[in-house]
Ligand binder design. Sequence first.
Ligand code: XUL
Ligand code: CO
Length: 435
Amino acid sequence: MEYFPGITPIQYEGPDSKNPLAFKHYNPGEVVMGKSMAEHLRFSVCYWHTFKSLGADPFGPGTMIREYNNSSDPMKIAEMTMDAAFEFFTKLGAPFWCFHDRDIAPEADNLLETNKRLDHIVQIAKKKQDETGIKLLWGTTNMFSHRRFLAGASTNPSPAVYAYAASQVKKAMEVTHELGGAGYVFWGGREGYDTLLNTDMKRELDHLGAFMNMAVDYKKKIGFDGQFYIEPKPKEPTKHQYDFDAGSCYAFLQKYGLADQFKLNIEANHATLAGHTFHHELAYCAANGILGSVDANRGDLLLGWDTDQFPTDLYDTSLAMCIILQNGGFTTGGLNFDAKVRRQSIDPDDLFHAHIGGMDAFARGLKIAARILEEKPFGGFIQKRYAGWDEQLGADIENGKVGFEELEAYTLKNGEPAVQSGRQEMLENILNEYI
Ligand code: XUL
Ligand code: CO
């Protein structure tokens, strides 16, 4: 059965093409700074939005009618959806995919039966991966939809729910390993609180730290060598999520002895919800050696929630690719479209338009970033701005050779320090010439 009839494999046709179902900029084999675009960008399609969310919002149910969703048997739906997904990945030319355990197989009446259902679907996915060469970027668990997790999973007040969560992560890690996943993501869906009147924050954080350490132990035990990631998000569903932003995740990882075991999966819309730019969160990770992977999407400036729109903003994609390239590029990570089409975009073809646009936006971002890094239009502005740190005074401070007394003596001797312009407008104008 073909679920996307009328769609043939999406081709690169170049910037002059007017065909909406063709790439104008993403040319997988084209070499940019020594690597193909496909190797740089490592695009991934997410299972949850693309195949499982049908446009429901708080005001109404789904609007999208899909052939692969048309059965009264939930396992039949799961099988058909996996078929449809691999047809989609292949026609789009996406080299990777990502999933939550519960996206690909529905829960049964108990954990044992649920795991059997998961195993059945994983075997189908494994066969399809082998047939197509499409790989798993990362797997994860959904520990936020079922009512048992209403007060969180690994931060739940009940140790029995904590144990359930551990069992679920254990199984999801096993199947991710079985599918050769390059990574495993922890997104703290309901790990947070709505009110401190009912929450022991310190205890919950200690439990979360212990949970992550158990995950690291089990990873070693089963020989899974994929990268672990935490995905920060400041709020939604809870008022305060513990993995608020890259900075709070890094503090958490250090406190619980996990900093060398995890990197971060930075999502653009989560960055803006936290009051940061996507650029800031990526740069913070790069500065601390924890830049792992990206959930590529965007929010809406006028809406205060996680709208998960497909990325189209070339400033965002260019600045993101500058940081990613400067950081040496992705190793295990990639650009996963954690994005959904709008509720009115009801046709299966809209899924292609959305992904093509996101892939082209990042391909342009990659090319722009490569030109900026090669041509250095900013003329080493940042380096010059900090040049004093390469001279005597700066070097003495950086090397810990001086303290407050020596710095006071310097100031008394040299008087009022010179100041320089930050030249923000000039730099913005130069950037505009490249976009
Ligand atoms: C939720 C979100 C998740 C994670 C995986 O906002 O981004 O889909 O990416 O659990
Ligand atoms: Co995400």
